[in-house]
Design a protein around this ligand. Structure first.
Ligand code: NAP
Length: 254
């Protein structure tokens, strides 16, 4: 695949993200607290997470190891932080979530596989086969763009992990219900974990400064802003004492 082909696919993929973003405000993705049996066959929740996130981890690992240019510049840094994130999302996060009898539709798993195949495929292929190695040379890792992006990436990852940790630990062993999360960024927004993930991949896009990374940032925003709104509305519908001043995902804004 040449650069022009990859760019055409990326723009098409971006256009789909915008359509999905709008649709998700009207159709709630049926997993987690919103899970539903109306979407066809169901799979175990933990297994579903592992299967649907694994393609991203394996595609990026393969392209890092076997890509033509993966070690001819500092692009290995971008590969490494992506792989680090997806090691958590594929194995650590699913094994940590409290076991409930909840399942997720196979439809969600298949959609997420496509999502991960496209995003890891575009980003990994570009970095391993098409990126100009001189762009990611030693000047790049000392540039303000790289440093600002790296700070955002790390801050976003820390927020995402800590918020997921607090949410997972709201349930004591054996509990399956939901509680109002309090403290940390939960005093401002309903979904700090989703906020952190958006910051994280915005940081990655700034660090990488290329079209596929921008595409992934837009997809993350497109997915997670409506999901955070769905979570926020769900809390308000299920807890009469839910804090009124709390926003969905961006403190003081939305
Ligand atoms: N990159 C992307 O596009 C993308 C897309 C989706 C998710 N993600 C990431 O995947 C992770 C999970 O997302 P999510 O929307 O499924 O998160 P979530 O609804 O906030 O759930 C996170 C975990 O905490 C539990 N939990 C949440 N709120 C709770 C409460 N009030 N009381 C008790 N337990 C609670 C959930 O249990 P239940 O499962 O039983 O509800 C789940 O195990 C996040 O880190 C998110 O950033 C990324």
């Amino acid at each position: 695949m040449n650069l022009t082909t990859l760019e055409i696919i990326s723009y098409g993929w971006l256009a789909i993200a915008i359509g999905v973003h709008i649709t998700m405000f009207f159709i709630t993705a049926p997993f987690g607290r919103h899970t539903s049996k109306n979407w066809g066959p169901m799979v175990d929740n933990k297994l579903g997470w592992i299967i649907m996130e694994a393609p991203s981890l394996f595609i990026m690992s393969y392209l890092l190891i076997f890509g033509t240019y993966s070690f001819q510049s500092y692009v290995w840094i971008l590969f490494s932080i992506w792989i680090f994130h997806y090691l958590n999302r594929t194995f650590v996060y699913p094994l940590r979530i409290k076991a409930t009898d909840k399942k997720m539709p196979l439809f969600i798993v298949l959609n997420a596989i496509l999502f991960n195949f496209m995003n890891a495929g575009l980003n990994g292929y570009f970095l391993a086969e098409l990126a100009d190695p001189s762009k990611y040379g030693s000047n790049w890792i000392t540039s303000p763009i790289f440093i600002v992006g790296a700070i955002l990436f790390l801050a976003g990852m820390a927020i995402n992990w800590w918020a997921d940790h607090l949410l997972i630990n709201l349930r004591k062993p054996g509990e399956t219900g939901y509680k109002i999360p309090r403290g940390f960024l939960f005093d401002y927004i309903s979904s700090p974990n989703l906020f952190g993930e958006i910051i994280e991949w915005s940081g990655f896009a700034i660090m990488a400064w290329n079209l596929p990374a921008l595409t992934f940032m837009v997809w993350t925003f497109a997915n997670l802003v409506p999901r955070a709104k769905n979570h926020h509305d769900w809390y308000k519908n299920n807890f009469l004492d839910y804090p009124k001043e709390r926003k969905a995902v961006f403190p003081f804004i939305f």
